[in-house]
Every structure is written in C-alpha cells, then in structure tokens.
Design a protein around this ligand. Sequence first.
Ligand code: ADP
Ligand code: MG
Length: 731
Amino acid sequence: MGNLRFTAIKKISENAISYDVKASEKVSSIFNENVFTLKTARHYLTDEAYKSLVASTMGGKKIDRSMGNNIANGLKAWAEEKGVTHFTHWFQPLTGLSAEKHDSFFTLKGDGTPIQEFEGAALIQQEPDASSFPSGGLRATFEARGYTAWDPSSPAFIMEIGEGKTLCIPTIFVSYTGESLDTKTPLLKAVVALDKAAVEVCQYFDKNISKVNATLGWEQEYFLVDAGLATARPDLVLTGRTVFGHAPAKGQQLEDHYFGAIPERVYAFMRDFEKESYKLGIPLRTRHNEVAPAQFECAPIYEEINLAVDHNTLLMDVMNRVAKRHNLLVLLHEKPFAGINGSGKHNNWSMSTDTGVNLLAPGKTPKTNLMFLTFFVNTIKAVHDYSELIRASIASAGNDHRLGANEAPPAIISIFIGKYLTNVLNQVEQRVGGNFDETDEALLKLDIHKSIPELMLDNTDRNRTSPFAFTGNKFEFRAVGSSANCAGPMTVLNTVMAETLKNFKIEVDGLIEKGEKKEIAIMQTIQKYIVESKKVLFEGDGYSEEWEKEAAKRGLPNVKSTPLALDAYTAEKAKKLFEDNHIYNHLELEARHEIMLEAYIKKVQIEARVMGDLATTIIIPAALKYQNLLIENINGIKNAGLPANLYDSQIAIVKKVSEHINSISTNVEAMIEARKKTNDLSNSRDKAIAYCDNVKEKYFDVIRYHADKLELLIDDSSWPLPKYRELLFLR
Ligand code: ADP
Ligand code: MG
C-alpha cells in the first residue's frame, strides 16, 4: 500500500500521465451522431414504419407490433453502417445504475450458415434472466422471469467502448406479473399522470393546450481524483468515499476553487467525456469548478424529463468510463471527503405545454400571470402536503452525510420563492374572505415578468441553503444526491403535482358550479392553497440552528436518517396517492421500500467492514511500526547513557500512539459485535435503524477520530493511505 501511494505521487509529480485529447470539434457537427433520432429514422425506415415510430415517440402510442420487424431492420441497417455488432436492451433496475446484456446480431441458420439478424421481437421485448436484480421480494428467485420492453420515447443509441460498438435500446423492466422492477416505469406513469392533470387545469386558460411535459435540467456535481492514488485507498475503491483521512492543512477555506481556472488534466477529461456525451445526444452546456477542491460540475440544457433522466444515467456511466482513460476516478458519492462540501445533483424542474409555454414562467398579461400563479402555488401546495415523501425520495446512505451537514440543504423540506413572489402571495392571501372582483385585475397585472431580474438577485446567495427554490422560471430541487438516479425524486414530484392539480380542478369546478366566475374561483382556490401551505415557505438561512427551531415550531418534519425518512413511502397517505395515480400498487410500494432499506443496510454494512479492515490491517500495523522505531530510538539514547529528558517526547508519542491503537482496536471489536447483533434482526426496517444508530452513529466517528489522529502522529513516509492533501490537490 505504502508503495502504491508513493508510486502514484511519483507518477503525478513527473507528469508521467498523458492525457491527450484531440482538438475539439464543433459540437453541432457531432451532436446526436450515435442516436437514432427521428431525423435519422426517416432515412432508414419506410413511410409506414416511420409514422408508427413517430406516433410512439411523440404520442406515447404503443408500438405497432406488425411494424416491429420493419423498424428493427432500419435500426440494424443504421447501426451496422456504424460498425455495430451487438445490441442490448438498456434499462435501469433498482440498483439505480444502468444494466445491459449484449446479444450479437450474428446468428446461425438451420443449416449452419452465419447471418446477421435483428428481429422486431428482439427490439420490442426481451427476457433477461433477472433474478439477481433487486426486487424487494416481488420476484423470488425460482420465478426469475422479468421482461424488458422498448420505451420509444427515449431514442436508441450506440454505445462505443474502445472499438466495440453496441446498439442500446432504452427499455422499461417489469416482472412477469407486471410489477415495475426499475426506475423508468414509475417515472413514465407519473409523467402521464401529470400530463393529464396539468392539461385539464391548462384548459381554464387556453383550450389549445393538449399536452404538458415535465422538464428536467440536472446539474451533476462530482469529485475527480487520480486513479493511482485512489487505488491505494480501498475505502474509495469499495465505498466511493474515504472512511478515514485527516483534514488537510488547506481545505476550501480560501474559497479559491469555485469557478476557478479548470486544471489542465481535468479539462482534458471534461472535453473527452463531453465529446462522448454529445455523440449520445446529451446536451451538456456548462462546466466549472465547484466549491470544494477537486470538485466539479456539469449541466446540460434541460429536456423532457424521461429523456433527461436517461441522459443523466448515461452520463454517469460515460464519465466513469472516460475517467479510466485519463487515469482518473470519478467520485459520484454524496460525501467522499469529511470536512469539505459534498456533492449534489440539483434537479431543475418545470412543465411546458405543447403550445410552447413554460408553466412556471411568469407571464406578461393578467391571463398568463394567472396561469403561472396557478401552477406556482400548486407546486408549493404539493411540496407542502407531501413534504415527507419528497424527503423520502432523496434519502440514501450517501445523502445522509450531506443533508443537514451545514453545507447542503437541510433535511427539512422548505421552499424559497424570493422577496417579490412572497409579496405577491401575501397580497393574494390578504384579500379578505377571498372576495376577488373586477378590481383584482390590478392584482394580476403585477408585472411579475419584469421583476425577474430582482428575483434572481435575491436568489443568488441566501437561497443556496434552500432544498427547493424557485429560480425565476423553474423550481430547483437541490437536495437530490449526486449519485442518485433522478427518476426517484422526479417520480414523486410529478405524482404529488398531478394529485394536487387534480384536487385543484375539483375545487375550482365546485366554485364555478356554485356560480362563481372562473377567474374568481381560481383566485379563491389559490388563496386557500397559500393559506394552507405557507408554512413550507422559508426565505432565511436554511443552515442555521434558528431554522431548525423555527421549523419544529411550524410542525415541519425534520427526519435526519434514511431508515426513518423512508417510512413516508409506506404511510397510508403515500399508498393512496400512488394507487390513485396508478404509479405503484401497494405491493410495488412495499417492495421498493424494502429495496431501499436493503440498499441502506448494505451500504452501511460495507462501510463498517471496510473501516474495520483498514483500521486493523493497514492503520494499526503502520502505527506499530512507527512505535517500534520510536522505542528503538529511546533504547538507543538510553544505551548511549544519555539523560532521560532527551527521550521524554518520544515516550509521550509512544504513549499517544498506544492510546489511539487501543481505542481503535476496542471500538472495532465492539463494532463487529454490534454488527453481528444487527445482522440477526429479520425485519429490514429494524435492521436499517440498528445499522444507523448502533453501528454507524455509535462507532464510525470514534474509530475515525483515533485513526485520523494517528495520521498526524506517524512518520509520513510510512503512512500507507494517500492523504487528503494528495487526493484533493495532486493532479
Ligand atoms: P443556474 O441554476 O446555475 O442559474 P440555469 O438557470 O441556466 O443555471 O439552469 C440550470 C439548469 O436548469 C440547466 O440545466 C437548465 O437547462 C435548466 N433549466 C432552465 N430552464 C428550465 C426549465 N424550464 N425546466 C427545467 N430545467 C430548466
Ligand atoms: Mg443551479
């Protein structure tokens, strides 16, 4: 290990890592190069097949089976021209990652003649032997069948790995009895639910609106470390985060990294993965340094939500692969390093109509303003009513390190809307008794649109502490973890929005039936919603202690750990919500809950093991070696007949080292015992809670404390694990 550390440092210091990237190409000339876009499809498909594909892509129509072969042939022709040899259904099981199983186009005819073939049936549906994917008990191993089915709303693409090229067909993944086993299926259902509910509400304002798409623009934060150094850190390799490591003398206090000049080696990596991404149609637009040293961010232009989610999953994959070429390791973990900022994945979310209107963009006329206000206030109401579920949707072992750690939005879900809109809502609220009349035209004439610059100004600093902030024409859900699959939180957000809009329509219709004018009915309902949900609005510093107290007073939930946060998924309220909107039946919901608990348990369990192993087999031995060296030195001084005061300090160090070794040893032993006890629990929720309280909370910090103290005491040249200063600053 020690050797690995110094070999890696030597390589970096000698600049021995080459990172050539060819000159940049014009993005527009490579964009979508490896995607079977409708434009490409037009070249390869018959009129009929093309029409069928368009209907499925745009209109969500089921693909016409008789067209399957026809489309498959076109796809194959295109792919083979590009040198593709294999195809795969590309899906996102509940591991949160992407999964693929490649099949060759090559096959043998009955007489043994080799041919290339891609049948419609293989395009439309496959049966991966899927017993090893998480299913939460939905699909016992003996009933291993599950199937993947083509999702035409996300286009097929070609994945290039070195010289190898594979045609990837985005699919959903469901069990034979129809329960979803992936992240995409519920997302698509939530998208449908939101579309339906939003269109109905849009009809109050514009009869021409017949479709509403949720839109998502994610911002991906990540750390980048030298792969040579990372290899010498088993904790990074196995858990994606450092379980030990003393803070470096210099961290992020100089604030010199954010938006700073991008280091050359990192820049080469960025250009390289961006190029791959462009070819896959991922519309990356922004890149910059983030707050912490070695932390960076990229963000695309927003897209329709299903595609945006696929693109983020694909991007994470591309980043991991491209990093290897640069001898770098991408860390997507929410908290790879203690003491400096962690990483998130802001989900910028809005809704747009088929008439080209962004429903969260303030309008220029009273009518469009009323539409804006309707969707704006419904979002607030949705987040207010289902804040526990929103919180649950971002819960993970990794994100627990971040939420509430005074750097990321807290575990309390609140919404920031800025001074101007706060004012607007106050004015609406104060209209006594909901008596809106003609004169209220004035209210709606508030020029919200023009005030956006002011709003943005307001946004820039304080609202960085808000988990859910309005940023002018979209909401930014900031509490999502950097490694998360966006589908989880976006499914919840779209579902709660659909539910809220449905109820909104019922209330407004009720008032209209009673003879109220439409606009007045809408304003009255908006007013009611503001009153009912304003406690979720918060403009102050979300990191402060006062906010925790204030939030408690307001009755806002503040659930800090994943096992407890996940309870929201199986609460009666959630079951009803998801069943009513046809997202999850209650079996599916129980299964997801189980899977998320399991994931939590396994993550903490692995971290605990890694901690125990590293402490016992790497850190303590290094400490003992150094201690022996000191003892030799002390004996040497003694034997030379020199006075005791010459080795006083050495003795003090020997003692300190012993104390730390003892503390580590006893705590590791105790942690192992605690784990054994925990493993005996059969109920997943109990087990997850025990892993949180009795293993992680009880032992991780103490063990780390003593190990990190040793790092400061022991001879640097015999410390085996690359240090924070190296991981964060050497490249
Ligand atoms: P910042 O948050 O840094 O100010 P931007 O406002 O430009 O940056 O956007 C951040 C992300 O929000 C980008 O991915 C952008 O495409 C996305 N975004 C912008 N408008 C929308 C929208 N209407 N719906 C969803 N995402 C959006
Ligand atoms: Mg942002």
